[in-house]
Design a protein around this ligand. Structure first.
Ligand SMILES: Cc1cc2nc3c(=O)[nH]c(=O)nc-3n(C[C@H](O)[C@H](O)[C@H](O)COP(=O)(O)OP(=O)(O)OC[C@H]3O[C@@H](n4cnc5c(N)ncnc54)[C@H](O)[C@@H]3O)c2cc1C
Length: 394
């Protein structure tokens, strides 16, 4: 067994294989030099120096998992059942692709001093002293990473301007009416949010916008999304999708025999939602590996059909989302978005398909179960925020 990528999905796959009784050799290969670590703390405690690192608490030696760090896999030759690395080929019987995602770069910004990304431990360690120096910071992109970084930078006492090309934060993830109240969180935290603002170019110490305005920037953090880290699979025969993600089936198998894919690098067909999902969140990198291991070790084929889940900590709020919504789904509010705690539900007919909870973790827990079980709900009861969500079961 060879697993490529030693992030959450790769580590969990190796661990799940052992948990499910796999007794053969397991080799985990990762390009980064560090002990495998968890990413969510990078934009939170690690950035603010409240935690030194976020290494996984896994005893690889005791589990009989061989970890090869600082080794990048550059090619796959399925006909030979071999991977290529600079140090030579690596044979496999069964292979798991878990190479995650890499941040999208701002064209022309590479190599300009003071321009940062936030994906790796090295990125976070480079940003820590930037926050400590309390520079003027420009964040490009008001997505999840941009909001979390802005939160940390404000906490560290930096002046923060977030520039966003769309008309609102989280434009790719949430409809306008839901994201609109979140725009106010920036101002309340003392950060400036500039929407409809496109970066024209970056000069050392300054960000120049399309409208000609110039923003002083001791540092720039680019958070404009991530794409699957699959360039190394080009020409291998592994089928890739529109976002260059590995197209896995409902058992997380790829188009090539004996090769699976899991985590941020792969999409899968969701039976529950009737469409293919590419999920870039932690819980997917935790749950998917169990299905992969079950299909490698077990007799009965396992199907991956999760209710996707993620959380974000921004501007003092705990934001959680479960499920998946489409624009045709009905939106239903629980509570007032001007208050610190509220939720939004998405319904398809009388079934709950997704839920966003701000400061209401019980809504999230109960809503997630309602989504999982596809239980019919009464919309009038669901909209009553004084009642628990489970009281809405029709
Ligand atoms: C700063 C930050 C904060 C986040 N916060 C949250 C959060 O609050 N909530 C949430 O739900 N999600 C959060 N996420 C998302 C979550 O961390 C990811 O979904 C998760 O890390 C995906 O795990 P993965 O193993 O699929 O990919 P990754 O974590 O990207 O790991 C892939 C690994 O593979 C290695 N690799 C890539 N190519 C090769 C190669 N060719 N050869 C060898 N190794 C290779 C990479 O170096 C990397 O170490 C956050 C992400 C970031 C970056």
């Amino acid at each position: 067994m060879v697993v490529v990528g030693a992030g959450m999905a790769g580590v969990q796959t190796a661990v799940a294989l052992r948990e499910q009784g796999f007794t053969g050799t397991v080799t985990l290969i990762g390009a980064e030099p560090h002990q495998p670590y968890d990413r969510p703390p990078l934009s939170k405690a690690v950035l603010l120096g409240k935690a030194e690192g976020s290494a996984f608490d896994v005893d690889f030696e005791a589990l009989g998992i061989e970890v090869q760090l600082g080794r990048e896999v550059v090619g796959l030759r399925p006909a030979d059942h071999e991977l290529d690395t600079a140090e030579g080929p690596v044979p496999y019987d069964v292979l798991v692709l878990a190479t995650g995602a890499e941040p999208i770069r701002l064209p022309g910004a590479d190599g300009i001093p003071g321009v940062h990304l936030l994906r790796t431990l090295d990125d976070a360690e480079r940003l820590r002293p930037v926050l400590a120096r309390q520079h003027d910071i420009v964040v490009v992109g008001a997505g999840w990473i941009g909001a979390e970084f802005a939160t940390a930078a404000r906490e560290a006492g930096c002046a923060v301007t977030v520039v966003e090309a769309a008309d609102r934060p989280l434009a790719g993830a949430l409809p306008a009416e839901v994201a609109a109240p979140m725009a106010a969180w920036y101002a309340a935290a003392g950060a400036t949010l500039r929407t409809h603002a496109r970066v024209k170019h970056i000069e050392p110490g300054e960000v120049v916008l399309d409208d000609g305005s110039r923003l002083p920037a001791g540092a720039v953090v680019v958070g404009i999304g991530a794409r699957p880290a699959t360039a190394w699979l080009t020409g291998s025969g592994i089928e890739l999708g529109a976002h260059r993600e590995v197209l896995a089936d409902d058992g997380l198998r790829t188009s090539v025999p004996d090769v699976y894919a899991v985590g941020d690098c792969a999409s899968f067909p969701s039976g529950r939602y009737g469409e293919r999902l590419l999920v870039h969140h932690w819980d997917n990198a935790l749950q998917g590996p169990r299905t992969v291991a079950a299909n490698i070790v077990g007799e009965t084929p396992a199907v991956y059909d999760p209710v996707p889940y993620f959380w974000s900590e921004q501007f003092g709020r705990f934001v959680q989302y479960a499920g998946h919504h489409a624009s045709a789904d009905t939106t239903l509010w629980r509570g007032d978005p001007a208050t610190p705690a509220w939720s939004v539900c998405w319904l398809r007919g009388d079934r709950l398909v997704a839920l966003l909870a701000v400061g209401r973790p019980r809504d999230l827990a109960q809503g997630r179960r309602l989504i999982e079980s596809a239980t019919p709900v009464d919309p009038a009861l669901l909209a009553d925020a004084s009642l628990p969500m489970k009281a809405a079961i029709a």
